[in-house]
Design a protein around this ligand. Structure first.
Ligand code: ATP
Length: 277
């Protein structure tokens, strides 16, 4: 079945499209087999979140847009899952916030990086970084720490969707402002981020772009407010509370504040130490 053959009125349409894109990414040599496993993990969390954008994830997307618009050298990091799931949406976001796009792979091969760069160009990217590999993220081994010197190494703000926890922590140690998109609020990467967006990449990237377009002509004070009014710990707690509430959530459901507060209080116990992953 091709993507266009999936019936739009199917109750699990979005999920089926996502699966199809990841499968096509593997076939095209841009997504790794580990990427399939990461997708499965993400799907499970999305199911528990009710496959919707929580109000706190929307606030995170707005804070992310304001942060990117205020950045000097913003970079969007693209791995095999991002390239398969949202190539055109990533290029749109890069245009809206004037950011560079850099291929950055956990399981790096030159061949896969080149294919991803080509795939992004097919979806409208002018310039794609990540093929020079002349920079590094200190504290990581060569394979995982290689980046472009004039890309991620020099960036002040990086968007790292579906990032590995070690690399998120190493980027944080370099002093980068990190925006992480990840469906698991217990994963190390969003817990390290300045702006964790707990949402499906497929919904989050266009949402950040929409907020960026809305904030493009906003005053510095309005942008500052979007950043300052966002509370990362609260957003993680709200997502966790929604997940604990389970799969019966509907898009209109609010997560009561006391539940979010309870979740925050017991966060360490319930989420557990993910550092061994
Ligand atoms: P960490 O090292 O930070 O603890 P992890 O071991 O949980 O990370 P992986 O197993 O590599 O990370 O999984 C990738 C992460 O990407 C998971 O947290 C998963 O929820 C998330 N993910 C997968 N697909 C999507 C998607 N479409 N949108 C957002 N997040 C996703």
């Amino acid at each position: 079945m091709t993507e266009t053959e999936i019936p739009e009125d199917h109750p699990r349409y979005a999920s089926l499209v996502t699966r199809h894109r990841i499968e096509a990414g593997v076939e095209k040599g841009i997504t790794s087999k580990q990427g399939l496993i990461a997708q499965g993990r993400g799907e499970a969390f999305d199911y528990l979140l009710g496959e919707r954008t929580l109000p706190s994830a929307d606030a995170a997307a707005r804070a992310a847009a304001a942060t990117l618009l205020s950045a000097e050298r913003p970079v969007l990091s693209v791995n095999g899952n991002v390239a398969a799931l949202a190539p055109a949406e990533t290029v749109d976001l890069a245009e809206a916030v004037d950011a560079d796009v850099e291929v950055n792979l956990f399981n790096h091969t030159d061949e896969r990086a080149r294919r991803i760069a080509d795939h992004l160009r097919e979806h409208g990217a002018d310039e794609v970084k990540g093929l020079a590999g002349d920079g590094e993220i200190p504290g990581l081994d060569h394979a995982r720490g290689t980046v472009d010197a004039d890309g991620i190494e020099a960036a002040d703000v990086v968007v790292v969707p579906l990032e590995d926890g070690d690399r998120a922590e190493a980027l944080d140690a370099m002093g980068k402002t990190e925006i992480v998109i990840d469906l698991n609020p217990g994963s190390r990467s969003p817990r390290t981020a300045d702006v964790p967006i707990i949402d499906n990449l497929i919904r989050a990237v266009p949402n950040v772009t929409a907020h960026a377009r809305d904030l493009a002509d906003a005053s510095p004070a309005t942008r500052r407010d979007a950043i300052d009014s966002f509370d990362a710990a609260e957003a993680l707690a709200e997502a966790e509370a929604a997940i604990r509430k389970g799969t019966f959530a509907t898009p209109d459901d609010e997560v009561p504040n006391d539940e979010a507060a309870d979740a925050e209080a017991s966060n360490a116990d319930m989420v557990g130490d993910t550092s061994a992953r």
